[in-house]
Design a protein around this ligand. Structure first.
Ligand code: M6R
Length: 615
């Protein structure tokens, strides 16, 4: 949600921070601001709306200085306005903060602070933070600003990422993390340091990163940083290298990040497979999936937790994992699982799926599982993200940075990682015999090339979009492993084109959905797999009998469906457990071109954010 960038070094801080905020635009925001310290004074610039408004102000009134912090705000408490935009100052303009998260006890704290004489200038919950620090500083004994801040912030309820700057310590920026309100990455440069909520913000400057854990405070200097617990105990932390390069986080010649990310799937899928396949022994190799053979043998059930697109990947994963490993799988939304007192224990492997690795509901689900002593594993894209740090078994997607709010390449990489995991478990537990393994891997290695063949039919998807972009509703039908693909196809279209769309298991139509079908309704029917082909065919006939318009996703040999469908998109038939990776690609591009025709803001759809770090 909100974006954070900070800089301390010898270059112009405002320029670097502005660039960093630009690279975080995909997170979604409604206002923005920057604070820079210069001549022992904090200068502020804030504006509502897009970052170009902030830039215009910066051009009119440049802000010199080499230490600064910046924020893109997603309004929760108080409307999007200049006074509610971050950074927020204390009463004496000595301390300034930016904040991600929600101060759950802010009303109580605000009343107390007003009674002690503090004056509030915004309607935000975040402003209590700066007054709390100011109050603690005024009442300090021998404390430094760092320990006064640590003590003061212990009073906050909720989850927070907070960056603090002050004329009291002009050569430091302080960063605090409490709970899971998104990460704080500290990046090391050549005698300069960077801070960001997300790695792409600082990727052009550094790939040497360290993340703050919950209840830690860091004091960042130009040449490094020191870290403590909020109670003041020193913490030692180590940098690691992020394997992403800055080019991968740039849009290149594409019109949108989403378009780029759809088109780079042959590459991202190759990267997901890279160094994981031992074709000599027909084995899968994982680097960070550190469960012993004994631990793997004990698993009796897998519980997948995820949100949004990752949840739909989980539904596909149920088919893949059950089929390859013979372990029963359940799938739940992070937001539901965390509140339902699930019946799980050490025999259940809880597997989180998350592109960002920071989704608060998925993290909370893992914490709930942790209390029940279950083994935790995750498939995650962002290296160093919170989810990747709390799980024993990690499978990184290696899909590269995904910037478009609508997830595409991370979805297909998750499916491939689920396939790898199913294969790995099936092999370790003795279910997958050598011949089966060989056959599966031979299919798997062909996947990236076949994905590029599907992408090459771009003109077809574009043409379909130009015919249907004015539709008010869409229906997506699938069966078995392709039912979640129907759900994800509908999800993509809704997110970026704002057209109402539903995904439905085709066999369920007669129980209600049939009432929606008329001659205006485009129905996307996924009819690729052999086993359920006849069933899909009869569902397609039912739609035609009610005058619906059929856009069928079919295998190379479209068979009888070709006679009933108004339009057919042919997708190669690779393997029933891998075909979903291919089947989603036309649906991603259909959504993309429909949204393009409708003039939507594709990379930053309204009301949505890339990392959902608040509940
Ligand atoms: O980062 P995560 O995979 O945990 O994110 C989960 C959802 O917020 C995310 O998939 C969301 O639905 C996207 N906008 C999908 O396009």
């Amino acid at each position: 949600m909100c974006g954070i960038v900070g800089y301390i070094g010898s270059q112009n801080a405002a320029d670097l921070i502005y660039e960093g905020l630009k690279r975080l635009e995909y997170r979604g925001y409604d206002s923005a601001g920057i604070a820079v310290l210069n001549d022992n004074k904090i200068n502020l610039v804030r504006s509502v709306g897009k970052l170009k408004n902030l830039n215009e102000k910066l051009i009119r009134k440049p802000m010199p200085g080499v230490v600064g912090i910046g924020h893109t705000r997603w309004a929760t408490h108080g409307e999007p306005s200049e006074k509610n935009a971050h950074p927020h100052l204390d009463c004496h303009d000595q301390i300034v903060i930016i904040h991600n998260g929600i101060v759950e006890n802010y009303l109580e704290l605000k009343t107390e602070l007003i009674n002690s004489g503090h004056t509030f200038r915004s309607e935000t919950d975040s402003e209590v933070i700066v007054h709390l620090i100011e109050e603690a500083w005024q009442k300090r004994n021998q404390d430094s600003l760092i320990s006064a801040t640590g003590q003061a912030l212990l009073r906050l309820e909720g989850a927070h990422a907070i960056i603090i700057q002050s004329v009291l310590v002009p050569d430091r920026i302080l960063a605090v993390r409490i709970g899971n309100a998104g990460g704080i990455a500290i990046g090391k440069g050549e005698n300069e340091m960077f801070l960001a909520s997300d790695i792409p913000a600082i990727l052009p400057h550094t790939r040497t990163i360290v993340f703050l854990e919950s209840m830690e405070i860091a004091a960042i200097r130009q040449d490094g940083f020191s870290c403590y617990s909020l109670h003041g105990e020193p913490r030692s932390k180590e940098y690691f290298q992020i394997p992403w390069d800055p080019v991968s986080a740039a849009r290149g010649h594409y019109s949108h990040f989403m378009q780029k990310e759809i088109y780079e799937q042959p590459l991202s899928l190759t990267d997901t497979l890279r160094n994981r396949l031992n074709l000599d022994h027909n084995e899968i190799v994982f680097k960070h999936f550190s469960f012993s053979m004994q631990e793997l043998q004990k698993i009796q059930r897998i519980m997948i937790v995820a949100c949004g697109t990752s949840y739909y990947a989980g539904l596909v994963g149920k088919y893949i994992l059950e089929s390859l490993s013979q372990i029963p799988v359940e799938v739940d939304y992070g937001s539901e699982f965390r509140y339902r007192n699930p019946l799980i224990g050490p025999e259940t492997l809880v597997l989180a799926l998350s592109q960002s690795g920071e989704t608060v509901d998925t993290l909370a689900a893992l914490e709930e599982a942790q209390k029940k002593k279950t083994p935790l594993a995750a498939i995650v894209n962002v290296p160093g993200s919170q989810i990747s740090r709390i799980c024993q078994g990690i499978i990184f997607m290696h899909a590269g940075p995904e910037i478009g709010v609508a997830s595409t390449k991370a979805f297909t990489s998750t499916l491939v990682d689920l396939f790898l995991l199913g294969f790995y478990l099936g092999h370790q537990r003795g279910f997958l015999k050598p011949e089966m393994r060989k056959n599966l891997l031979q299919k798997l290695v062909r996947l990236p090339k076949i994905a590029s063949d599907v992408l090459a039919k771009d003109a077809i998807y574009k043409e379909l979009a130009s015919q249907f972009y004015e539709a008010s509703d869409f229906l997506f039908l699938g069966r078995g492993i392709n039912y979640p693909i129907a759900l994800e196809g509908a999800h993509k279209l809704k997110e970026i084109s704002y057209i109402h769309a539903e995904g439905c298991p085709a066999g369920e139509m007669k129980h209600g959905i049939n009432a929606l079908i008329d001659r205006h309704l485009p129905v996307v029917a996924i009819a690729t797999q052999e086993k359920l082909y006849q069933k899909m065919l009869s569902n397609i006939q039912q739609v035609k009998a009610r005058d619906g318009i059929i856009i069928a996703i079919v295998s190379d040999d479209k068979g009888e469906v070709g006679q009933f469908a108004d339009y057919c998109i042919e997708v190669p038939n690779l393997h029933p457990l891998l075909n979903p990776v291919l089947n989603i690609i036309p649906l991603q591009l259909l959504a993309y071109y429909v949204a393009l025709k409708r003039g939507c803001d594709i990379d930053q759809p309204r009301n949505l954010a890339k990392s959902v770090t608040v509940e």
